[in-house]
Write a protein that binds this ligand. Structure first.
Ligand code: NAD
Ligand code: UDP
Ligand code: UDP
Length: 317
């Protein structure tokens, strides 16, 4: 489908896990997509099926450098998301969030584009309020090993709201909670990919700490639907809005569910809890429900089955 009224849409971080699914969705809707990535954690294989499709273009570029393009909409997703990757080069992580936001906001300002920021539940830090509503300001360590990501994303939110107030820029901010699905990087160290790869290879399942800490896992298709709804929502609604699945699980429950799906003989082993690891996380999605008529549909077990199938293919198991 080629639409004459298609939007020219820039997706930064478009070759990553979420970015590539977003590109799929936008191409399916007939938009003209500029997928920008520096391939820090993203890979070309995530978007190679889109190469040659009318309306799809791949650009190698880092968002910390200025960029001059003509676009109608920008989804700003560029930033490593897994703790292992964002802690590998923490200075670059902060630069990507902060300089990247400044450059993309500068671009949006020049061409009068609508711009959406992929923010994160990490802005809530290790929360004392549970579940987390958007009105909660969070509890974040400014000098810990997660701070490059958490504070970088918080500063990016500040920049978005200041460009909105000071320059009347049209913005949208979503706070994404843990999301999983096909095209997660097998070595990114996130809990869902780690447990699935370990279970498929018959290796020990590494539980950090007691495994009683909780997370809420959203399947990628639900997340992308929420993100696109936010971009298309009433201009007066700018967020921030939580997008995530309120189903809350301990890491032990997650390990048991993955073992049930994969089968095999993996044992659970306990390793030290990383510094500043949040004890609990669950989105309050009342705002997304009322403002976007959005809520997640995919049950954790069903989404995990899809994800296991994907990892079986790429690991050739
Ligand atoms: P990902 O690591 O798979 O994707 C990030 C992409 O950004 C990669 O393709 C990477 O190469 C690219 N990138 C990194 N630095 C860049 C730079 N300087 N310039 C250009 N491209 C750069 O991670 P993801 O899970 O797809 O996350 C996408 C976005 O969503 C991130 O901004 C992340 O903070 C946010 N988010 C994700 C989750 C989640 O659970 N997946 C949760 C909260 C927020
Ligand atoms: N910028 C960009 N593309 C553009 C316009 C701006 O990458 O099309 C970058 C540029 O590096 C600039 C930054 O965005 O420094 C912020 O732009 P803004 O206009 O807000 O600030 P100024 O240029 O006045 O510092
Ligand atoms: N985790 C774990 N084993 C692993 C990887 C992660 O027990 O092999 C835990 C981690 O300590 C955290 C939770 O799983 O409590 C989610 O970790 P992830 O890195 O996926 O995301 P985040 O901490 O950023 O929510």
């Amino acid at each position: 489908m080629i639409r004459l009224d298609a939007n020219r849409v820039l997706v930064t971080g478009g070759a990553g896990f979420l970015g590539s699914h977003l590109c799929d969705r936008l191409i399916a809707e007939g938009e003209d997509v500029l997928c920008l990535d520096n391939f820090y954690t993203g890979i070309k294989r995530n978007v190679e099926h889109l190469m040659g499709r009318p309306g799809f273009e791949l650009i190698r570029h880092g968002v910390t450098f200025p960029l001059y393009l003509e676009v109608d909409r920008i989804y700003n997703l560029a930033c490593p998301a897994s703790p292992v990757h964002y802690q590998f080069d923490p200075v670059q992580t902060t630069k990507t969030s902060v300089h990247g936001a400044i450059n993309m906001l500068g671009l949006a300002k020049r061409v009068k584009a609508l711009i959406l920021q992929a923010s994160t539940s990490e802005v809530y830090g290790d929360p004392e309020v549970h579940p987390q509503p958007e009105s909660y300001w969070g509890r974040v360590n400014p000098i810990g090993i997660r701070s490059c990501y958490d504070e970088g994303k918080r500063c990016a939110e500040t920049l978005f709201f200041d460009y909105h107030r000071q320059h009347q820029l049209e913005i949208k901010v979503i706070r994404i909670f843990n999301t999983y699905g096909p095209r997660m990087h097998p070595n990114d160290g996130r809990v869902v990919s780690n447990f699935i790869v370990q279970a498929l290879k018959g290796k020990d399942i590494t539980i950090y700490g007691s495994g009683q800490q909780t997370r809420s896992f959203c399947y990628v298709d639900d997340l992308i639907d929420g993100m696109v709804r936010m971009m298309n929502s009433d201009p007066a609604f700018i967020g921030p809005v939580n997008i995530g699945n309120p189903g809350e699980f301990t890491m032990l429950e997650l390990a048991e569910l993955i073992l049930k799906i994969v089968g095999g003989k993996s044992k659970l082993v306990f390793e030290p809890l990383p510094q500043d690891d949040p004890k609990q996380r669950q989105p309050d999605i009342a705002l997304a429900q009322s403002a976007l008529s959005w809520e997640p549909k995919v049950k954790l077990e069903d989404g995990l089955k899809e994800t296991v199938s994907y990892f079986k293919t790429i690991l050739a198991i």
